[in-house]
Design a protein around this ligand. Structure first.
Ligand code: NAD
Length: 409
């Protein structure tokens, strides 16, 4: 059996999850890893336990360059800090591979232009590894929309509402160079930027449901920011008011809301809230002429044809499970063995299949460009007082004729 050969660039939190999930597969092998600060002993022991070969290690900051030159690869998983994302992706694009990119953030629209230029000049393919698109309930809702249970879609909400205070600061309440984990690179963005810094977990699933870039597209975005109080409140509480870190002026508003309009006349409210206390939520709401689903502290579902007039379904979960996507029905037990989230099984599965078949991935470079552009567009809109900013059409008109998600499945 010819095994699919994968290289991993960035072996931190997410890179390790993908790596461990690959170790559970027999038809895929990680042949090389590039990361300047990976834990080689840990990786070697995982490989030995799983009976996989030990990959080649590239430990220089630009070791990916040597790795791409030296190794025979079919695909790359790119999972690096946001500031490294564009440069590494552009280099990787020129090696004509299938590239799976983790959910990321770009600061300027020019980064997307750079990526698209590199994409058009080469023949690599890109899949955005947005695991939230493979969330079991999101895929059930897709199935229900496809079967007409929601009627015509009108309005959606989603977002990234995640108390990241424990991620933005390490256990010593430090951030930036020398701090541990994501605190070393993520937090600086809250200091310098004011916008929806991390849109894809929310907008990815909504784009899937709305067929964005496939007969539909985003037209405009207007974004608004609250004042920024959460991070300084948190630091004052733990470090005291006299500590220098307690008096930093953070730029990122605690709650960012964006209003997005689409070519087909739907609206979306997208939220980003990462500076204050709250349980995790992707804040989903899907509203059509025949039904509404809200997911916040559980599922709330009203489908006209299934529910009492004006009442929520008393058993939303059983309806969602009845409409599970075929992939979930077939592979639920395999997904249960996945490291971290069950949905990580499905996003990796799609990536591997696209790599093996050398076919366009389900969520491709146009989706990546559209979703990631929201961080830069929302910053521009907030800076201008919330004025609507037009979305660039990254598909260059192809959105009108690209095959609908609903006819692919
Ligand atoms: N899908 C999800 O649920 C999810 C969750 C968390 C993070 N993410 C995304 O995954 C990406 C990575 O985040 P993370 O949490 O793994 O961060 P992390 O800090 O844990 O890991 C990043 C790794 O990249 C390495 N790195 C830095 N520069 C590099 C270079 N030049 N070449 C190779 N490796 C380099 C670092 O040494 C580190 O090991 C980010 O875009 C983040 O937004 C996605």
């Amino acid at each position: 059996m010819n095994k699919t050969r994968i290289g991993v660039i960035g072996m931190g939190y997410r890179g390790k999850i993908h790596f461990q999930n690959i170790l559970q597969r027999k038809n895929v092998v990680v042949v090389a890893i590039s990361d300047p600060s990976m834990n080689r002993e840990e990786i070697i022991s995982w490989c030995e336990d799983a009976g996989h070969p030990i990959p080649a290690f590239y430990t220089e900051r630009e070791g990916y360059e040597e790795m791409l030159q030296n190794e025979l690869l079919d695909g790359i998983i790119l999972s690096v800090p946001w500031d490294h994302f564009t440069a590494i992706l552009c280099r990787t694009l020129s090696f004509n591979l299938m590239i799976g990119v983790e959910a990321s953030s770009i600061s300027k629209l020019s980064e997307i232009d750079q990526i698209m230029n590199s994409y058009f000049a080469n023949s690599s393919k890109v899949m955005i590894l947005e695991n939230a698109c493979y969330h079991r309930d999101v895929m059930s809702i897709f199935n229900m929309v496809q079967k007409g249970l929601f009627g015509e879609l009108l309005h959606m909400r989603g977002g990234y509402e995640h108390d990241l205070r424990g991620v933005k600061f390490d256990k010593n309440y430090q951030y930036g160079t020398g701090a541990e984990g994501e605190a070393s690179w993520r937090t600086i963005h809250s200091l310098k930027r004011n916008g929806d810094l991390y849109p894809s977990h929310g907008i990815g699933p909504l784009s899937y449901l709305l067929d964005i870039n496939r007969g539909n597209r985003f037209i405009s975005i207007s974004s608004f920011a609250t004042k920024s109080k959460g991070l300084s409140h948190h630091l004052k509480k733990h470090l005291g008011t006299d500590h220098p870190n307690a008096n930093i002026s953070w730029k990122l508003g605690d709650v960012i809301t964006s209003n997005i309009t689409t070519a087909r006349g739907e609206t979306i409210i997208l939220t980003h809230a990462t500076n204050t206390c709250r349980p995790y939520s992707l804040d989903f709401r899907v509203q059509g002429t025949e039904g509404i689903w809200i997911q916040e502290n559980g599922n709330h579902l009203h489908i006209d044809s299934l529910c009492e007039h004006g009442e929520w379904s008393p058993s939303p979960l059983s309806i969602l499970r009845e409409y599970d996507a075929p992939c979930w029905k077939e592979n639920e037990s395999l997904a249960a063995t996945s490291v971290r989230h069950e949905m990580d099984y499905f996003v990796l599965d799609d990536f591997i299949k696209s790599t093996q078949d050398e076919k366009e991935p389900k969520f491709d470079i146009y989706d990546m460009a559209t979703w990631l552009s929201i961080s830069a567009l929302s910053e521009i809109s907030i800076e201008k007082g919330g004025v609507p900013i037009p979305f660039p059409d990254f598909t260059l008109g192809k959105w009108k004729s690209r095959e609908s998600f609903y006819s692919q499945e």
